[in-house]
Design a protein around this ligand. Sequence first.
Ligand SMILES: Nc1ncnc2c1ncn2[C@@H]1O[C@H](COP(=O)(O)OP(=O)(O)OP(=O)(O)O)[C@@H](O)[C@H]1O
Length: 335
Amino acid sequence: MEVVLSAKGLTIGYSNKKEGTLEVQRGLNLELRAGELTSLMGQNGVGKSTLIRCLAGFSDPLKGEVLVHGKPIGKLSEREISKLVSVVLTENISQIGLSVYELVSTGRYPYTGFFAKLSAEDHAKVEESLQAVGMSSFADRMLNELSDGERQKVMVAKALAQETPIVILDEPTAFLDLPSRIELMNLLHQLASEHEKAVLLSTHDLEQALRFSDTIWLIDGEKSFECGSPEDLLLQGKLKAFFGRDGIIFDNHSGTFRTENPFSREIELIGDGLIRHWVANALYRNGFTPSMEQNLPLCIEICSGFPTEFILSKPNAVSVKMGSVASLMRELRAS
Ligand SMILES: Nc1ncnc2c1ncn2[C@@H]1O[C@H](COP(=O)(O)OP(=O)(O)OP(=O)(O)O)[C@@H](O)[C@H]1O
């Protein structure tokens, strides 16, 4: 896939007379490809927004250069950039006295000019973009009459209306509920794969990033940068190393996190599939580690049949049958 945006030896940060220079990240080598959704991840304050602003041409790097289609972004005019890169930042736009339709229409300005009238084709593009994010029925609402999540969807519609080969979004799913997050990530992935766009977004939502990203960029506070498909990063142990912290373990099988309990007790868990997964979830929460090992003092057997029943065996006690995970956990907590 074609590299549409790249940077070599990029140092980003802030510089002012009073406080001097703050280097946020140093020596970044990046390539953003057409047809891919790329997710930028890292802890609070590592510089995701700073990098996004720099890649979008909103601020200058301290060192290095951002190239768009091989040309330094600093050498392109604002209009040229706005035909190549659309950007959704996290700023609050509710104070701009525009309706939803008017705001999305501004996505057409690179083509029409600021004062020109929108053509029928422009209007069709605005309507199509609103429809793509499920906001058509909000077209006449003012921006300050929307929820944060609705406003976020409108900003994404504006970026779609701008029809650029590169779309950059800073935390686009931050205010969205779970179904809307999945819908938006799916839409952005389709935009990349079906329309050959390069989509870059920052997010803290690892689950959705693992599901929808073609590439993940990981940046951390130690100024290290990792890049790869979610699967390669996971299989190379890089996600575990990156996201694991004291007391928090990244589980390579489920792609989720669990907390580590130093006083955890092992328990044999017999059974498989969905029920095993959720019984294990409850066990971890209650300070037990499910194990395949046999003859441990504690054992849970998942019985086949419906409704599901569980047999709990404890040392020196009669085995008891339980009808729910809740009763099983209460019994274990009491033991
Ligand atoms: N205008 C600014 N001037 C000086 N320092 C800044 C400025 N904006 C951000 N910073 C600092 O730069 C660092 C990176 O900030 P940035 O907003 O890029 O982080 P982030 O990774 O996007 O964080 P988050 O996940 O919390 O959104 C932080 O230490 C922040 O305090």
